[in-house]
Write a protein that binds this ligand. Structure first.
Ligand code: GTR
Length: 425
């Protein structure tokens, strides 16, 4: 794999700067000895106090209760259904000396006389008839994922970035292939998997503005932003992943029963919520998803709800604002989010230097969620102590702590491929 030195330096610098700005400004806790005592809501005790000890009661009563709490207090409800969707294969060709085929597909969503389009970029191994796939958003546009001149450049809003050649919030040729170090496409294809990716900003540009993106298609007359219990950007991104799943179900080249939804960081938060809300995702990978992703929010380490609500007020629903500095009042915590994915395989990954995302809080979530897997007779995470760096625990519930910074690396993908194989994808 070719790593472009310019992009490596650029993104390491962006990461360090972001990290410094946030940690100085917010004075968050990075000291394990200063973690206060917290109590986690019990996954297996219902609101009425009933102890859940079988799959039926879990699926009938407790799981819907937890899902309801997350929907109404954290991510927000989806306000309705689309009127229609137009699917168009816009381009296809060969890749990697014909080892893989490439497809680009445009989905156009129509609602209330308005429309919004997103472009899917799909690579599938030619060696397999119906390929299992990893599905996930990219941060900067499909053309940044691989240095392939055939990939269309998004026309959607892209965050300002001089080094990537983004001018007036529009992507340009300069960023083609610039994020390829985060997508081990060759490894994925050689292992017998496909990749489906799309740009997050096609569904909702990542800014505190609800006049664009998917939200406004659903507005009732004179509505300017979602109601307090309606979707923020993370839920919109998750919704988008489900719409891609609708497409995948009709694509004969993809095994729609073997789709692993994947995401890094904020997009890892979206992947977890997508897997929680849509059981068609047969597996989920959360890479360094942190606060309101895999990390426990009631553990005061790294990013807090106050920080996330201030820096990214558009990510969660209006109701979530009241939990700033009041983590203890939130009726759920993120171990319960992972429990909603049971019995489907899930991988939680952290990085040693990514303290902002609270690696230990991510591990503890995966560990605590295991009780839901146990109901199905599945072991969940097969350790109760946090593993050493670079010692992955691969199972139905998987975890690793990679040495290094907040990022997605070849090492991470190697583990994700092992996880997929282990779980018969
Ligand atoms: C950070 C944010 C995190 C994480 C990250 C990312 O600034 O505080 O919650 O999502 O961004 O998405 O890169």
């Amino acid at each position: 794999m070719i790593i472009r030195k310019s992009s490596l330096i650029l993104f390491t610098t962006i990461f360090i700067n972001t990290f410094l700005i946030f940690s100085q400004e917010w004075n968050v806790n990075y000291d394990e000895s200063k973690v206060e005592t917290y109590s986690l809501p019990s996954i297996l005790t219902s609101h009425s106090g009933m102890i859940i000890n079988n799959v039926n009661d879990w699926e009938e009563f407790r799981r819907p209760e937890i899902l309801y709490s997350f929907t109404n207090h954290v991510y927000g409800n989806i306000p309705g259904k689309l009127d229609s969707v137009i699917v168009k294969i816009t381009e296809h060709g060969n890749y990697l000396n014909s080892l893989a085929k490439r497809k680009q597909v445009t989905l156009t969503f129509i609602k209330n006389g308005k429309e919004l389009s997103t472009d899917l970029l799909i690579y599938l191994p030619n060696s397999i008839k119906k390929a299992p796939v990893f599905l996930g958003y990219n941060f900067q546009g499909n053309h940044t994922v691989i240095d392939d001149k055939n990939i269309f450049i998004t026309k959607s809003w892209v965050p300002a970035n001089e080094a990537l050649g983004v001018t007036s919030n529009q992507a340009t040729e300069k960023s083609r292939g610039e994020m390829s170090r985060r997508w081990s496409v060759e490894k994925i294809i050689n292992a017998g998997y496909g990749l489906v990716t799309l740009y997050r900003g096609d569904i909702d540009p990542d800014k505190d503005d609800f006049s664009d993106g998917i939200h406004q298609l659903f507005y009732l007359k004179d509505q300017k932003k979602p109601e307090a219990d309606e979707w923020g950007t993370i839920a919109a991104w998750s919704w988008g992943l489900s719409r891609v799943m609708d497409y995948i179900e009709a694509d004969e080249d993809i095994d729609h029963e073997k789709v692993i939804v994947f995401g890094h960081s904020r997009l890892g938060k979206a992947a977890l919520w997508a897997a929680a809300t849509d059981k068609r995702f047969a597996g989920c990978i959360s890479n360094n998803s942190g606060e309101m992703g895999a990390a426990l929010s009631k553990r005061n380490f790294g990013e807090t709800i106050e920080v996330i609500n201030t820096a990214f007020p558009h990510w969660f629903c209006g109701n979530f604002k009241k939990y700033s500095k009041k983590e203890y009042m939130l009726p759920v915590d993120q171990h319960m989010l992972i429990s909603l994915i049971a019995p489907r395989p899930v991988y939680i990954a952290s990085a040693t230097d990514d303290l902002w995302a609270d690696p230990k809080g991510e591990f503890l979530s995966a560990k605590e969620a295991s009780v839901a897997y146990n109901l199905y007779g599945i072991s969940g995470l097969i350790t109760t102590t946090m593993p050493q760096p670079d010692s992955p625990i691969i199972g139905v519930v998987s975890y690793h702590l990679r040495t290094g910074v907040h990022d997605v690396t070849d090492y991470d993908w190697e583990q994700y491929i092992k996880f997929a194989k282990f779980n018969n994808f």
